[in-house]
Design a protein around this ligand. Sequence first.
Ligand SMILES: Cc1ncc(COP(=O)(O)O)c(C=O)c1O
Length: 403
Amino acid sequence: MSVTRALFDDVMVPNYNPANFIPVKGEGSRVWDQEGREYVDFAGGIAVNCLGHCHPAMVNALTEQGQKLWHLSNVLTNEPAIRLAKKLTDATFAERVYFANSGAEANEAALKLARRWALEVHGEEKQQIIAFQKGFHGRTFFTVTVGGQAAYSDGFGPKPGAVEHVEYNDLASLEAIMSDKTCAVMMEPMQGEGGVIPGDESFLKGVRELCTKHNALLIFDEVQTGFGRTGSLYAYEQCGVTPDILTSAKALGGGFPIGAMLTTAEIAAHLKPGTHGSTYGGNPLACAVSEAVMDVVNTPEVLDGVKRREQMFREAVQAINEKYDVFTEVRGQGLLLGAALNDKFKGKAREFLLAAAEHGLMVLIAGADVVRFTPSLVIPETDIAEGMQRFEKAVAQVVSSHG
Ligand SMILES: Cc1ncc(COP(=O)(O)O)c(C=O)c1O
C-alpha cells in the first residue's frame, strides 16, 4: 500500500488538515519524514514530547510493562497506577488522583466533580462555572463550552448550561459576576492555545481570593503548562496560588496518552463509586510510561535546564528579530514561548510555520498572530542552535515574500 498524504484525504474525517510531509521516525529533537528529510522539532507534539522522541527511559518502561500486563479496566487496579498516583500526590498539593486518557477527559472529570461537590455541599443553586475568553480546555461538549472560544463550541446544538466567560487578566470583570452561586472557576495559569498569555501574578492571586470568598473551587488546567513545561513540575508552584483541582495531560505521558485530575481528599470524596469512570483511565502501560517520565522530569537537573533553554530561545528569537523586525515580544514561561507578530505580519503566523517546515523545522502557532515554541524539555543546545538557524531562514523567506 502506498501511504501518502493524499490517501489521508480519501480515508480520514476532514477535521484536521495536517502538513504535506509524513514523519516516520523520531529521536530526541530530530524527526525524519518518508523521504528521509530531517527536521528539528520545536513543536514537541504540542507540548507533549517533553523528553523528545523515543527517550530510552520511556522506551524501557513501555517495553518492560508491555511484557507484563497491558490492560485490566478499573474493575481491578494495577501497580503502575498506584505508584504514579503516590508520586503525583507526594509532589503536589493534591491528595487524590483520577486518571483519564486526555486533557479534555481530565477537565471533564474536574467539571463534573466541581458540580457534584457544589450540589452535595451547598445545594442546587450553586451551579455557575466561570471561565475565560480565549481559554482552551478540550473538545468534549462540556469542556469546549467552558473553553472561551465560541467558534469551537457553536453549531452542535444545545450546550451545557450555567457557563459564563470573562476576560482573562481582568479581575474586576470576574468579581462583577461572581457570587455564592459560583461553583467553580476554571482557568489556565498561562493561556496556551489562546496566544501564550501568562496570567498576571496579582490576577491569579485575586482569583484565588474570590474563589475562597465565595466558596467556589479553583480549577487550574495545567494540561499545557504542567509537567515541567514552565520550569517547575506545575506552574502553580511558581505563582504562589494553590488550586483546589488541577488537571494534567500532554507531557504527563511524554507521548503516551494519559490525563489526570488531582485534588484534595475532601473534594475527591464526592466522586463516589459509580459516579464517573473510564475503561482505559489508569491503564498500566500509560501509567508505567508516565512514571518513567516523571522520574526524569521532576529533577532539578531537568527543571533548571528548562530555564536555561528558555533564555537560549529568547535570545535567539530576539537576535533574529533585530535583523527582520517581525515580532513585538517573546512571551511565556519556560519552554512554552510565543513570539507575537507585529502589525505588518499580524494574521500571518501560519506562513511562518509553513516556511519553517520547508527549511526543516517544526514550530507551532497559537492563533493567527503568534508563533509558538514547545520543544522537548531536554532539547540539546546544539539542536536549539541548528533549529534557530533554520528559523532565521524561514523568517527571511516570509519577510522577502512580503517585499
Ligand atoms: C490547556 C489545555 N487544556 C486541555 C487541552 C485538551 O487536551 P486533549 O487534546 O488531550 O484533550 C489542551 C490541548 O491543547 C490544552 O492546551
